[in-house]
Design a protein around this ligand. Sequence first.
Ligand code: SAM
Length: 279
Amino acid sequence: MTSVSPAKPADAETRGSIACVGLGMTLGSHLSPLSRSYIQQADVVFAALSDAIVEVWLEHMHPDVRSLQPYYGDGKNKSRAVTYREWVEVMMDEIRAGKRVCAVFYGHPGIFAWSPHEVIKVARAEGFQAHMEPGISAEDCLYADLGIDPGRLGCQHYEAGQLLFYDTPINPSACLVLWQVGLVGDRSMARFSTGPEYRQVLVDVLSRDYPLDHEVIIYRGATLPIEQPRIRHVTLRDLPAVDVSAEETVVLQPASPLRPNHAVRKRLAALDQAMASAS
Ligand SMILES: C[S@@+](CC[C@H](N)C(=O)[O-])C[C@H]1O[C@@H](n2cnc3c(N)ncnc32)[C@H](O)[C@@H]1O
């Protein structure tokens, strides 16, 4: 996506600012004290949240919460690229008007989210204060709920479409996390889901690195405190036949063992020996 162009730089007097904060995934339990205080002290709060209930909860924290949801345009073939650009512009309008803006996104505002990064870039280029406060993302929740430590064997994250649109090397010795599988293969950026035929293309691409009977985990973290995470296990072969919602993330555990790098190990052993004889 190309950048929104900055307007002319603000003078030093301008007090407009923006903080992009993450609300976390689960209503009420993931918001950091710092993010809460940015929300409460803002003049205007914009919200791009997972759920209308979460929006209502946010409205208890601030009298002027403006939902960004209506910009999606009711599925009228509007590209999300246009929507996200509009989000940046509507936030910038308030910053330029000298307001302290807080933009609240579900999860982490900087993970698989274009507008928060973009608005911060544009605001800074115009001389305004702008920063991001991290939040608990779907990624954090899946490590906890699925018992995965990304440091054990490594972990790669991709927007699922990237594997289809680009020649993307996958490391099957590490964990693979695929985002937005529910709309994989959508080139229009206007659809919110694609069907089994599109997931079949994904399976065909993945089958170059994984056997068709490899286990695939379809994960949905809890967004309400009364919910439990939903964790489904299917084989790679069966992925097209299973509905994957916009709120699910797909995980493939490693399919092959780590391969020792004998040449580098040998070099390190020689180095250890050289160090030992020098001391
Ligand atoms: C546009 S990204 C936003 C991610 C968000 N910023 C975060 O920090 O988690 C949307 C993708 O996040 C993942 N996602 C959203 N809600 C989820 C949930 N409740 N459980 C698991 N994954 C989720 C899915 O892969 C979905 O396609």
